[in-house]
Ligand binder design. Structure first.
Ligand SMILES: Cc1cc2nc3c(=O)[nH]c(=O)nc-3n(C[C@H](O)[C@H](O)[C@H](O)COP(=O)(O)OP(=O)(O)OC[C@H]3O[C@@H](n4cnc5c(N)ncnc54)[C@H](O)[C@@H]3O)c2cc1C
Ligand SMILES: N=C(N)NCCCC(=O)C(=O)O
Length: 324
């Protein structure tokens, strides 16, 4: 049977993961990643890598299914001794009590007692809290690992900005859109918008737990801590705001006083591809097109579950075409 030719637009975590999942699902497929930018210059590379749904209002059962698949994927990645992934424990301190259903995928979940809150709270608005263990997955080394597997499987890479999806019609049987915020222009989706996030990467080896509250976060990675974080909707400005950086640093030092001795390494800003829900579907109007974009603040968390479902949709289209 003639090998199906698949184009995947985008080389962030969702593009590379979808391309790899398609190769694994349809071994005779010829898969090409076409992207304007590649790691380490994608939004995915700026992510703190926390495995936790955030700024994503999808159906919680879908979120749980996708997150569980990603956690399983992280175990596989860690089992090979790769850098950039590890289990981590810490505190989510809240002003309004929240114990979301997705906490069931985390480990060692413990809703803090009043006594424990007295020890942990750093601000008057710190009223409730949850201790749990989750994982981090640093995007840049992970995308490198996935890309190497993709190329070893015979995948091709083309650096190019796609101006119109129809450009790809003649050369490909199925097209997958993982363009993130680029979908606003590429497929005219006015439902997707930027949520600007600014972070600081610091070195502070003595901090061993993550700490999140309604405004700030301090998240562990292999050798750095990511301090955040802002979430400004419909803001497109990606220049670092020094005043905001100061606020992020100071705010995190109130929550985690040990951070006062942190060494500042770098500042970053990027735009979360925000949407009411993740768009993961076959495009009813354009037929041979599958969408996988709009993951908001959860693209690392949801990526492998979404990639597997994206590959299943591509397989459906390939099977349909084979019958034609
Ligand atoms: C500060 C910050 C911290 C974050 N922290 C976390 C976290 O801790 N955990 C978590 O789960 N998520 C986090 N996120 C969210 C996460 O980064 C995103 O959800 C995720 O990166 C989206 O991945 P993506 O592959 O869909 O998009 P992107 O990484 O944006 O990739 C899109 C790709 O499409 C390409 N592209 C776009 N348009 C075109 C076109 N027309 N032609 C060709 N190529 C095109 C781009 O070049 C790029 O390669 C964070 C985000 C920010 C901003
Ligand atoms: N509960 C939280 N604050 N999670 C934020 C984790 C970082 C992230 O996902 C982002 O900045 O998009």
């Amino acid at each position: 049977m003639v090998s199906p030719k698949i184009a995947v637009i985008g080389a962030g975590i969702n593009g590379v993961s979808s391309a790899l999942a398609i190769q694994e699902k349809i071994p005779n497929a010829e898969v090409t990643i076409i992207s304007e930018k590649f790691s380490p210059n994608t939004t995915s590379d700026v992510a703190a890598g926390l495995i936790e749904p955030y700024l994503c209002d999808d159906d919680v059962n879908k979120i749980i299914r996708w997150t569980k698949a990603t956690i399983h994927r992280i175990q596989e990645y860690m089992a090979e001794g790769n850098d950039g992934a590890e289990e981590m424990s810490g505190y989510w301190i809240q002003s309004v009590k929240e114990v979301p259903k997705w906490l069931e995928v985390m480990k060692n979940v413990n809703v803090l007692s009043e006594q424990e809150m007295k020890q942990i709270a750093k601000r008057p608005e710190h009223k409730f809290g949850v201790f749990y263990s989750t994982w981090y997955l640093e995007p840049t080394p992970y995308i490198k690992w996935e890309t190497e597997k993709f190329l070893k499987n015979g995948g091709r890479i083309v650096q190019r900005k796609v101006e119109n999806i129809r450009e790809l019609d003649k050369d490909f049987d199925v097209i997958v859109n993982c363009s993130g915020l680029g979908s606003k222009k590429l497929v005219g989706d006015n439902g997707i918008y930027p949520t600007r996030g600014q972070i600081i990467k610091v070195s502070c080896p003595k901090v061993k737990h993550f700490f999140l509250d309604d405004q700030y976060y301090a998240l562990l990675n292999d050798s750095t801590i990511t301090l955040g974080g802002t979430k400004d909707q419909h803001q497109w400005d990606v220049t670092v705001n020094p005043k905001l950086a100061q606020k992020i640093f100071e705010g995190n030092c109130v929550n985690v006083p040990s951070l006062r001795s942190a060494r500042i390494l770098s500042h970053h800003v990027d735009l979360r591809p925000s949407r009411a829900t993740v768009r993961l579907e076959i495009d009813s109007k354009l037929g041979k097109l599958v969408h996988n974009y709009g993951h908001g603040g959860s693209g690392i968390t949801l990526h492998w579950g979404c990639a597997l479902e994206c590959a299943a949709l591509v397989e459906q289209l390939v099977a349909k075409r084979a019958k034609l």
